[in-house]
Design a protein around this ligand. Structure first.
Ligand code: SF4
Length: 280
Protein backbone atom coordinates (compact mmCIF):
# COMPACT_ATOMS: atom_id res chain seq x y z
CA UNK A 1 0.00 0.00 0.00
CA UNK A 2 1.41 3.42 -1.02
CA UNK A 3 0.58 6.36 1.22
CA UNK A 4 -0.04 9.69 -0.51
CA UNK A 5 -0.64 12.89 1.43
CA UNK A 6 -3.69 14.76 0.14
CA UNK A 7 -1.54 17.91 0.32
CA UNK A 8 0.24 16.62 -2.80
CA UNK A 9 -3.13 16.48 -4.57
CA UNK A 10 -4.00 20.03 -3.50
CA UNK A 11 -0.66 21.45 -4.65
CA UNK A 12 -0.81 19.73 -8.04
CA UNK A 13 -4.39 20.75 -8.71
CA UNK A 14 -3.59 24.35 -7.85
CA UNK A 15 -0.74 24.34 -10.38
CA UNK A 16 -2.85 22.57 -13.00
CA UNK A 17 -5.63 25.21 -12.73
CA UNK A 18 -3.11 27.94 -13.50
CA UNK A 19 -1.27 25.99 -16.22
CA UNK A 20 -4.41 24.94 -18.11
CA UNK A 21 -5.78 28.47 -18.20
CA UNK A 22 -2.59 30.02 -19.63
CA UNK A 23 -1.16 27.44 -22.01
CA UNK A 24 -2.93 25.21 -24.52
CA UNK A 25 -1.58 21.71 -25.18
CA UNK A 26 0.73 21.38 -28.22
CA UNK A 27 -1.87 19.48 -30.25
CA UNK A 28 -4.31 22.39 -29.96
CA UNK A 29 -1.62 24.95 -30.84
CA UNK A 30 -0.69 22.91 -33.93
CA UNK A 31 -4.35 22.74 -34.99
CA UNK A 32 -4.56 26.50 -34.83
CA UNK A 33 -1.41 26.93 -36.94
CA UNK A 34 -2.71 24.42 -39.48
CA UNK A 35 -6.07 26.19 -39.65
CA UNK A 36 -4.35 29.53 -40.40
CA UNK A 37 -2.55 27.86 -43.30
CA UNK A 38 -5.64 26.16 -44.71
CA UNK A 39 -8.35 28.79 -44.16
CA UNK A 40 -9.35 30.38 -47.44
CA UNK A 41 -11.59 33.25 -46.28
CA UNK A 42 -9.86 36.55 -45.36
CA UNK A 43 -12.13 37.09 -42.36
CA UNK A 44 -11.60 33.53 -41.13
CA UNK A 45 -7.81 33.89 -41.46
CA UNK A 46 -7.96 37.15 -39.48
CA UNK A 47 -9.97 35.54 -36.66
CA UNK A 48 -7.54 32.61 -36.45
CA UNK A 49 -4.50 34.92 -36.41
CA UNK A 50 -6.06 36.92 -33.57
CA UNK A 51 -6.64 33.70 -31.64
CA UNK A 52 -2.99 32.75 -32.16
CA UNK A 53 -1.79 36.17 -30.99
CA UNK A 54 -4.11 35.94 -27.96
CA UNK A 55 -2.59 32.57 -27.11
CA UNK A 56 0.96 33.95 -27.27
CA UNK A 57 0.07 36.92 -25.04
CA UNK A 58 -1.68 34.59 -22.55
CA UNK A 59 1.51 32.54 -22.12
CA UNK A 60 4.00 35.41 -22.08
CA UNK A 61 2.05 37.91 -19.93
CA UNK A 62 0.25 35.33 -17.75
CA UNK A 63 -3.24 36.44 -18.76
CA UNK A 64 -5.87 33.69 -19.05
CA UNK A 65 -6.49 32.48 -22.63
CA UNK A 66 -10.18 33.32 -22.19
CA UNK A 67 -12.11 35.39 -19.67
CA UNK A 68 -14.29 32.34 -18.99
CA UNK A 69 -11.77 30.29 -17.01
CA UNK A 70 -14.39 27.60 -16.70
CA UNK A 71 -15.89 25.25 -14.19
CA UNK A 72 -13.24 22.88 -12.82
CA UNK A 73 -13.77 19.41 -14.29
CA UNK A 74 -11.53 16.69 -12.89
CA UNK A 75 -11.07 13.09 -13.99
CA UNK A 76 -9.11 11.22 -11.34
CA UNK A 77 -7.93 7.62 -11.63
CA UNK A 78 -6.93 6.24 -8.25
CA UNK A 79 -4.84 3.09 -7.99
CA UNK A 80 -6.46 0.66 -5.55
CA UNK A 81 -3.12 0.28 -3.72
CA UNK A 82 -3.12 3.96 -2.73
CA UNK A 83 -4.02 5.08 0.78
CA UNK A 84 -4.62 8.82 1.13
CA UNK A 85 -3.46 10.39 4.40
CA UNK A 86 -3.64 13.84 6.06
CA UNK A 87 -7.25 14.50 5.13
CA UNK A 88 -10.18 13.86 2.82
CA UNK A 89 -9.48 13.49 -0.93
CA UNK A 90 -12.49 15.45 -2.16
CA UNK A 91 -11.77 18.33 0.24
CA UNK A 92 -8.15 18.34 -0.99
CA UNK A 93 -9.22 18.53 -4.64
CA UNK A 94 -11.54 21.46 -3.93
CA UNK A 95 -8.83 23.19 -1.90
CA UNK A 96 -6.54 22.90 -4.94
CA UNK A 97 -9.20 24.48 -7.15
CA UNK A 98 -9.80 27.22 -4.57
CA UNK A 99 -6.08 28.10 -4.37
CA UNK A 100 -5.62 27.86 -8.14
CA UNK A 101 -8.47 30.24 -8.92
CA UNK A 102 -7.90 32.67 -6.03
CA UNK A 103 -4.07 32.82 -6.09
CA UNK A 104 -3.99 32.58 -9.90
CA UNK A 105 -6.47 35.48 -10.30
CA UNK A 106 -8.76 33.33 -12.47
CA UNK A 107 -12.43 34.24 -12.89
CA UNK A 108 -14.73 32.61 -10.37
CA UNK A 109 -17.66 31.26 -12.36
CA UNK A 110 -19.52 28.96 -9.98
CA UNK A 111 -22.80 29.71 -8.17
CA UNK A 112 -23.77 27.76 -5.05
CA UNK A 113 -27.34 27.00 -6.15
CA UNK A 114 -28.62 26.83 -9.73
CA UNK A 115 -31.66 29.01 -8.92
CA UNK A 116 -30.53 31.29 -6.06
CA UNK A 117 -27.22 31.89 -7.90
CA UNK A 118 -24.80 33.30 -5.33
CA UNK A 119 -21.18 33.13 -6.49
CA UNK A 120 -19.07 30.82 -4.30
CA UNK A 121 -16.18 33.28 -4.93
CA UNK A 122 -13.53 30.56 -5.25
CA UNK A 123 -14.78 28.50 -8.22
CA UNK A 124 -15.62 25.50 -6.04
CA UNK A 125 -17.02 22.93 -5.99
CA UNK A 126 -15.29 21.06 -8.80
CA UNK A 127 -17.06 18.36 -10.80
CA UNK A 128 -15.08 15.20 -10.06
CA UNK A 129 -15.21 11.89 -11.95
CA UNK A 130 -13.52 9.11 -9.96
CA UNK A 131 -12.21 5.84 -11.35
CA UNK A 132 -10.61 3.09 -9.29
CA UNK A 133 -7.87 1.32 -11.25
CA UNK A 134 -5.09 -1.20 -10.56
CA UNK A 135 -1.74 -0.07 -9.18
CA UNK A 136 -0.44 2.58 -6.80
CA UNK A 137 -0.51 5.72 -8.95
CA UNK A 138 -2.94 8.62 -9.17
CA UNK A 139 -3.68 10.15 -12.58
CA UNK A 140 -5.34 13.53 -12.59
CA UNK A 141 -6.78 15.24 -15.68
CA UNK A 142 -7.91 18.81 -15.16
CA UNK A 143 -10.14 20.29 -17.87
CA UNK A 144 -11.73 23.66 -17.11
CA UNK A 145 -14.89 24.04 -19.21
CA UNK A 146 -16.35 27.31 -20.43
CA UNK A 147 -20.11 27.45 -20.69
CA UNK A 148 -20.46 29.20 -24.05
CA UNK A 149 -19.73 25.84 -25.62
CA UNK A 150 -21.05 23.70 -22.75
CA UNK A 151 -24.50 25.24 -23.21
CA UNK A 152 -24.57 23.97 -26.81
CA UNK A 153 -23.98 20.33 -25.79
CA UNK A 154 -26.68 17.68 -26.22
CA UNK A 155 -27.81 14.17 -25.32
CA UNK A 156 -29.88 12.19 -27.86
CA UNK A 157 -31.56 8.97 -26.72
CA UNK A 158 -31.65 7.29 -30.14
CA UNK A 159 -33.23 3.91 -30.86
CA UNK A 160 -31.08 1.01 -32.17
CA UNK A 161 -32.86 1.26 -35.55
CA UNK A 162 -31.47 4.80 -35.94
CA UNK A 163 -28.06 3.17 -36.36
CA UNK A 164 -24.90 4.96 -37.41
CA UNK A 165 -26.83 7.35 -39.69
CA UNK A 166 -28.81 8.49 -36.63
CA UNK A 167 -25.54 9.12 -34.81
CA UNK A 168 -24.20 11.20 -37.71
CA UNK A 169 -27.42 13.27 -37.82
CA UNK A 170 -27.27 13.85 -34.06
CA UNK A 171 -23.68 15.14 -34.27
CA UNK A 172 -24.45 17.42 -37.22
CA UNK A 173 -27.63 18.74 -35.56
CA UNK A 174 -25.73 19.64 -32.38
CA UNK A 175 -22.97 21.42 -34.31
CA UNK A 176 -25.39 23.30 -36.60
CA UNK A 177 -27.45 24.43 -33.59
CA UNK A 178 -24.28 25.55 -31.81
CA UNK A 179 -23.22 27.70 -34.76
CA UNK A 180 -21.18 30.71 -33.61
CA UNK A 181 -22.26 30.34 -29.95
CA UNK A 182 -19.62 27.71 -29.21
CA UNK A 183 -16.74 30.02 -30.25
CA UNK A 184 -15.58 27.94 -33.25
CA UNK A 185 -13.32 26.35 -34.39
CA UNK A 186 -14.66 23.73 -32.00
CA UNK A 187 -13.55 20.36 -30.74
CA UNK A 188 -16.50 17.98 -30.74
CA UNK A 189 -16.50 15.28 -28.06
CA UNK A 190 -18.92 12.41 -28.67
CA UNK A 191 -19.94 9.52 -26.42
CA UNK A 192 -21.85 6.64 -28.01
CA UNK A 193 -23.43 3.94 -25.84
CA UNK A 194 -23.77 3.43 -22.10
CA UNK A 195 -26.88 5.11 -20.71
CA UNK A 196 -28.17 8.68 -20.30
CA UNK A 197 -25.34 9.94 -18.06
CA UNK A 198 -22.58 7.63 -19.28
CA UNK A 199 -22.73 8.92 -22.88
CA UNK A 200 -22.40 12.51 -21.61
CA UNK A 201 -19.38 11.64 -19.44
CA UNK A 202 -17.80 9.77 -22.38
CA UNK A 203 -18.31 12.85 -24.55
CA UNK A 204 -16.59 15.05 -21.98
CA UNK A 205 -13.76 12.55 -21.58
CA UNK A 206 -13.35 12.46 -25.36
CA UNK A 207 -12.43 16.17 -25.24
CA UNK A 208 -9.42 15.37 -23.06
CA UNK A 209 -7.91 13.05 -25.71
CA UNK A 210 -5.28 14.70 -27.91
CA UNK A 211 -6.86 16.01 -31.12
CA UNK A 212 -4.01 14.41 -33.03
CA UNK A 213 -4.93 10.88 -31.89
CA UNK A 214 -7.79 8.93 -33.44
CA UNK A 215 -9.78 6.13 -31.81
CA UNK A 216 -8.10 2.74 -32.19
CA UNK A 217 -11.45 1.15 -33.19
CA UNK A 218 -11.42 1.19 -37.02
CA UNK A 219 -15.09 2.15 -37.60
CA UNK A 220 -14.89 4.86 -34.91
CA UNK A 221 -11.74 6.32 -36.50
CA UNK A 222 -13.56 6.41 -39.86
CA UNK A 223 -16.55 8.10 -38.21
CA UNK A 224 -14.28 10.73 -36.60
CA UNK A 225 -12.75 11.55 -39.99
CA UNK A 226 -16.07 11.58 -41.85
CA UNK A 227 -17.77 13.81 -39.28
CA UNK A 228 -14.89 16.30 -39.23
CA UNK A 229 -15.16 16.61 -43.00
CA UNK A 230 -18.95 17.03 -42.84
CA UNK A 231 -18.76 19.60 -40.03
CA UNK A 232 -16.14 21.65 -41.87
CA UNK A 233 -18.35 21.61 -44.97
CA UNK A 234 -21.08 23.43 -42.99
CA UNK A 235 -19.24 26.73 -43.52
CA UNK A 236 -19.75 28.08 -39.97
CA UNK A 237 -16.03 28.90 -39.85
CA UNK A 238 -13.79 30.65 -37.29
CA UNK A 239 -15.82 32.85 -34.96
CA UNK A 240 -18.92 31.83 -36.91
CA UNK A 241 -17.95 34.29 -39.65
CA UNK A 242 -17.72 31.73 -42.42
CA UNK A 243 -14.90 29.51 -43.60
CA UNK A 244 -13.74 25.93 -43.78
CA UNK A 245 -12.42 25.58 -40.23
CA UNK A 246 -15.54 25.00 -38.12
CA UNK A 247 -13.97 22.20 -36.07
CA UNK A 248 -10.43 21.08 -35.28
CA UNK A 249 -11.39 17.51 -34.42
CA UNK A 250 -14.17 15.07 -33.60
CA UNK A 251 -13.16 12.73 -30.77
CA UNK A 252 -15.47 9.77 -30.18
CA UNK A 253 -15.58 7.29 -27.28
CA UNK A 254 -17.86 4.24 -27.12
CA UNK A 255 -19.24 1.95 -24.40
CA UNK A 256 -21.55 -1.11 -24.35
CA UNK A 257 -25.24 -0.27 -24.11
CA UNK A 258 -28.73 -1.80 -23.63
CA UNK A 259 -30.35 -3.83 -26.45
CA UNK A 260 -33.17 -1.26 -26.63
CA UNK A 261 -31.09 1.92 -26.83
CA UNK A 262 -28.44 3.97 -28.61
CA UNK A 263 -27.56 6.96 -26.40
CA UNK A 264 -25.38 9.67 -27.96
CA UNK A 265 -23.80 12.51 -25.99
CA UNK A 266 -22.23 15.47 -27.76
CA UNK A 267 -20.06 17.75 -25.66
CA UNK A 268 -18.92 20.73 -27.67
CA UNK A 269 -15.80 22.64 -26.74
CA UNK A 270 -14.52 25.86 -28.22
CA UNK A 271 -11.03 26.47 -29.61
CA UNK A 272 -9.92 26.87 -25.96
CA UNK A 273 -9.96 23.13 -25.34
CA UNK A 274 -7.98 23.16 -22.09
CA UNK A 275 -6.71 20.03 -20.41
CA UNK A 276 -3.62 19.03 -18.46
CA UNK A 277 -2.71 15.64 -17.10
CA UNK A 278 -0.35 14.57 -14.31
CA UNK A 279 0.52 11.18 -12.88
CA UNK A 280 1.57 11.10 -9.23
S1 SF4 B 1 -16.82 29.10 -25.26
FE1 SF4 B 1 -14.60 29.01 -24.95
S2 SF4 B 1 -13.73 30.78 -26.05
FE2 SF4 B 1 -15.96 31.08 -25.86
S3 SF4 B 1 -16.15 32.33 -23.99
FE3 SF4 B 1 -16.37 30.17 -23.36
S4 SF4 B 1 -14.30 29.47 -22.80
FE4 SF4 B 1 -14.09 31.38 -23.94
Amino acid sequence: MREISVDLITNNIKEMCIEANHYLADDMVNCLKNAIDTEEGELGKKVLSSLEENLKIAGSDMIPICQDTGMAIIFIKVGQDVHFVDGNLEDAINEGVRRGYVDGYLRKSVVNDPIIRENTKDNTPAIIHYEIVSGDKVEITFAPKGFGSENMSRVFMLKPADGIEGVKNAILTAVKDAGPNACPPMVVGVGIGGDFEKCAILAKKALTRSVSIHSDIPYVKDLEEEMLEKINALGIGPGGLGGKNTAFAVNIETYPTHIAGLPVGINICCHVNRHVKRVL
